[in-house]
Design a protein around this ligand. Structure first.
Ligand code: NAD
Length: 268
């Protein structure tokens, strides 16, 4: 009688090293902010090539990364709200790099208003990037993985706002869009397990990017963060990278449908 359950999809040589050697990773919204920080962490941890798919222009920080990692980091234009645009960007990456192993679904936007004050246009714009765009991006990546026969990894950027509202800066559509991402993580992980595709998310707390420019403008903001407990500061983008690198790596080959909160501020 066999003493072990047969395993059909375990890797032939299980890996425990948390690294991205020879992997091609695409990240939406990586021209700056969290996406760019994740791109840097991927490269530092051995990724062969990292592609930013972004609607905006690259800036000095992106150029600096390109200089540090010549011929390893690239920017491709793409608008996640248009599935044809994101699909064309993914096709271009696969054509150029010959592979795609990981997709970080990160592009997002926010808007802080009381629920009664949001305009219809603002609500639609927010959902169209954060939720619909995330869904289109994940589908385009999954189609590419399946076509290439690669057991790829998808990592969404959710948010601590998906778990609980912020009393100081409420945004109902933002929180709902990010909660939708975590729900999508579980459903897609279930649907695409048959292809060996893993789907997970990372939930940052407050991170020092253009999105949180308003935080240090608040009077006594460090005191306020102290009041909420944890670290009385914003995270730097590189401090999130380890969670993404782990979820993208073969070390996480049996990890799917989870969220990793990276939140030094406990109660906000
Ligand atoms: P950011 O504004 O610095 O960067 C967002 C990037 O997304 C930009 O480069 C922008 O051009 C790109 N983008 C926007 N719309 C796009 C579209 N339609 N198609 C393609 N690219 C598009 O923001 P960030 O702080 O780096 O946020 C990145 C992600 O992290 C977002 O999903 C955000 O909701 C999430 N997040 C941020 C924080 C934070 O404190 N900064 C906390 C939790 C979650």
């Amino acid at each position: 009688m066999s003493s072990s359950i047969p395993s059909q999809s375990a890797p032939a040589e299980p890996q425990t090293k948390i690294a991205l050697e020879s992997k091609v990773i695409a990240i939406t919204g990586a021209n700056r902010g969290i996406g760019l920080g994740v791109a840097e962490c991927c490269l530092v941890n051995g990724a062969a090539k990292v592609y930013s798919i972004d609607i905006g222009e690259t800036g000095d920080e992106f150029q600096e990364l390109s200089t540090r990692f010549p011929n390893q980091v690239f920017a491709v234009q793409g608008d996640v709200t248009q599935e044809t645009s994101i699909s064309a960007a993914v096709d271009k990456i696969v054509e150029e790099a010959g592979a795609l192993h990981g997709m970080v679904v990160n592009a997002g936007r926010t808007n802080h208003r009381a629920a009664l004050d949001f305009t219809t246009e603002e609500i639609e714009a927010l959902f169209s990037v954060n939720l619909f765009g995330a869904f289109y991006t994940a589908r385009c990546a999954a189609r590419a993985f399946i076509k290439l026969g690669i057991k790829g990894a998808i990592v969404f950027t959710a948010s601590m706002a998906s778990y609980r509202p912020s009393k100081r800066v409420p945004s109902t559509p933002y929180g709902a869009s990010k909660a939708g991402i975590r729900n999508m993580t579980h459903t897609l992980a279930m649907e695409w397990a048959q292809y060996g595709i893993r789907v997970n998310s990372v939930s940052p707390g407050l991170v020092n990017t253009a999105m949180t420019y308003w935080v240090p403008q608040q009077p006594d903001w460090e005191q306020q963060l102290k009041y909420y407990g944890g670290f009385p500061r914003l995270a730097e983008v590189q401090e999130l990278g380890g969670a993404y690198v782990y979820l993208l790596s073969d070390a996480a080959s049996y990890t799917t449908s989870i969220d990793i909160p990276v939140n030094g501020v406990i109660g906000i």
